[in-house]
Design a protein around this ligand. Structure first.
Ligand code: APR
Length: 269
């Protein structure tokens, strides 16, 4: 193992088999947060970097409430394309290793994802907190009716409207993807669940491990969870292909593809 100046553990290019698993014994609690990098080897584009979604599209044009108000058909085209890609993607070894670890650790495990592709659930993960929503749901852009399951990839005009608040003479409200867009707040319940898991570990005096996988640390509040966990005494790990913006907050950084690194770190063979 090669230590950098700050004493952090680096494993650049190490053979997966040589990566020692994280100790998850005893009453150790494991909080995992994933980003789009975990789904890259399932054929789904990440956001930033070469070939990323934001390379082909301007965030402001497809992932803000203003963009939807200005050109809902364009926004639906963008999410329709993403639905079509995710519909044929299958979970990879990293998703499967997390599902196996959840089954092993039970309540000592919590999975939080920034991803909207549904691959964690498809891999068998039962309790996933979807911080940024889901591609597979739609909701009304006006009323607070519960989101509905929606797998249609071809969402072209006339765009779907909300059956709950379609009461003339009010203009029908459009349905929108149930995704948290830039400038919008996360569901407070998601944030509370993360905070509760960290606080419960501290209250129980249990060892807490925080593992971030496949995320560049660009987007808050998700990018800040490592600090919250570290301040609560957690041992923090980052498994990522490239250096991340919030890397300085991690005790251990493992550089490599998720399908190799994640099963090794979790001791899943
Ligand atoms: N294995 C591990 N990591 C990978 C792999 C791989 N096979 N492929 C790419 N990565 C890493 C990249 O090195 C990069 O640091 O995944 C990270 C993906 O970063 P981003 O593209 O910035 O995606 P993410 O961090 O998930 O974005 C966060 O931003 O656009 C918004 O709401 C969107 O949820 C998203 C949020």
């Amino acid at each position: 193992m090669v230590q950098d100046a700050a004493g952090r553990g680096y494993h650049p290019g190490m053979r997966a088999a040589a990566i020692p698993p994280i100790d998850l014994g005893g009453d150790t609690r494991l909080l995992v947060m994933t980003g789009s990098g975990i789904s890259a080897e399932s054929g789904l584009a990440t956001f930033r970097g070469a070939g990323g979604l934001w390379e082909g599209e301007r965030v402001e044009a497809v992932a803000t409430p203003e963009a939807f108000a200005a050109d809902p058909a364009r926004v639906w085209r963008f999410y329709g394309t993403r639905r079509a890609a995710a519909a044929v993607a299958v979970p990879n070894a990293a998703h499967l290793a997390l599902a196996a670890t959840e089954a092993r650790l039970g309540d000592r495990f919590l999975l939080v994802t920034q991803n909207v592709d549904g691959l964690h659930a498809a891999a068998g993960s039962r309790h996933v907190i979807e911080l940024h929503g889901s591609l597979w749901r739609s909701r009304c852009s006006r009323c607070r009716a519960a989101p509905v399951e929606d797998r249609s990839a071809d969402v072209s005009p006339p765009l779907p409207t909300c059956p709950a608040c379609d009461r003339p003479p009010a203009r029908p409200a459009l349905m929108r993807p149930d995704i948290v867009w830039f400038g919008e707040s996360l569901n407070p319940a998601s944030q509370e669940a993360v905070g509760q898991f960290i606080d419960d570990a501290a209250l129980a005096g249990a060892r807490l491990v925080f593992l971030a996988i496949g995320t560049s640390g660009n987007v808050w509040p998700a990018a800040g969870y490592v600090r919250y966990a570290a301040e609560a005494g957690a041992e923090t790990w980052l498994a990522n292909l490239d250096p991340a913006l919030n890397e300085g907050w991690f005790d251990h950084v493992v550089a490599g593809p998720a399908t190799q690194v994640v099963p090794a770190l979790l001791g899943v063979t």
